[in-house]
Ligand binder design. Structure first.
Ligand SMILES: Cc1cc2nc3c(=O)[nH]c(=O)nc-3n(C[C@H](O)[C@H](O)[C@H](O)COP(=O)(O)O)c2cc1C
Ligand code: SF4
Ligand code: SF4
Length: 253
């Protein structure tokens, strides 16, 4: 069973690729992320998790779901995070959350185009496709190992990884994750895509204007995917371009 969350599509692409190659079913946590009940997952095949890295950790809302979830059917698990370049000590926290429920046979960071476009320049489509194709070559190796339920090779840690995944991650949630920083300019065509797409149901139409609440997880789906680039961050539109993961057909062709 492939269980995933994705903001701008990188993790979704990887999850669908894994599901196809492993001939397994797929569950999207994004559609019901704030569901209050406990999640229960049942699978005879290994549980394969896929989600992005936010500030050197998996998104907090995803950790919370996994920490409360129960699993049955088998105990083998693999974890893939998609990232711009570094997950630091995110794996340690995953082991903490899941190792009393599942036998984690591997944790891998898969480098994908960076969607943190409020800071970094958005990759153009050709660069994005080339980056994903390189990473998918590694994933193919891991897929063969998952089929045999083998242990994936682990990666080394640097001494500053805990600092990034703990101290800086806490700062990110304390100071940066402020959904009031998102706004909407007059380019908005009221298509409601952002309202329908927001995994946290944090966007509404109030007095015929797009409004943001206080339940943001900073996935950047709204600001990256708005068709007319009407969403602003700190009153400015993205200057460095918008990012949307390319279609899977462009990667596999
Ligand atoms: C709020 C935020 C924080 C991020 N922090 C990191 C990070 O610490 N390390 C990293 O390598 N990439 C980071 N990224 C980049 C994403 O992890 C990466 O682009 C990921 O593949 C996006 O997945 P998605 O398209 O499935 O949402 C961050 C992205 C966002 C939106
Ligand atoms: S996606 Fe963009 S254009 Fe559509 S409603 Fe939201 S802000 Fe407006
Ligand atoms: S408001 Fe935008 S960035 Fe925040 S959770 Fe919703 S889609 Fe993601």
């Amino acid at each position: 069973m492939i269980i995933y969350f994705s903001g701008t599509g990188n993790s979704k692409l990887l999850a669908h690729y894994l599901a196809e190659k492993l001939n397994d079913k797929i569950i999207d946590l994004g559609s019901v992320i704030d569901k209050p009940e406990k999640w229960h997952f049942s699978s005879k095949s290994p549980f394969v998790f896929v989600c992005p890295i936010y500030a050197w950790q998996i998104p907090r809302k995803i950790s919370q779901i996994l920490a409360n979830a129960t699993f049955e059917g088998n105990d083998a698990a693999y974890f893939f995070v998609t990232m711009g370049g570094q997950y630091a000590a995110a794996d340690k926290y995953i082991y903490k959350i899941l190792s009393n429920k599942l036998n984690i046979l591997g944790f891998k960071g898969i480098t994908m185009p960076d969607n943190f476009t409020i800071v970094f320049k958005a990759p153009v489509e050709d660069e994005a496709i080339a980056c994903i194709k390189r990473s998918i070559n590694d994933v193919d190796r891991y897929i063969e190992m998952i089929k045999d339920r083998k242990l994936l090779p682990s990666s080394d840690h640097h001494f500053w990884d805990n600092f990034l995944s703990e101290t800086i991650n806490n700062c990110f949630y304390r100071f940066m994750l402020d959904s009031c920083s998102f706004g909407c300019n007059d380019n908005c065509i009221k298509c409601k895509q952002c309202i329908n797409d927001c995994p946290c149901k944090n966007i509404t139409l109030k007095d015929n204007k797009i409004a943001f609440g206080n339940n943001c997880m900073f996935c950047l789906k709204c600001i990256n995917l708005c068709p007319v680039k009407a969403i602003t961050y700190k009153n400015k539109p993205l200057k460095k371009g918008n990012y949307k993961c390319p279609e899977i057909e462009k990667i596999t062709s």
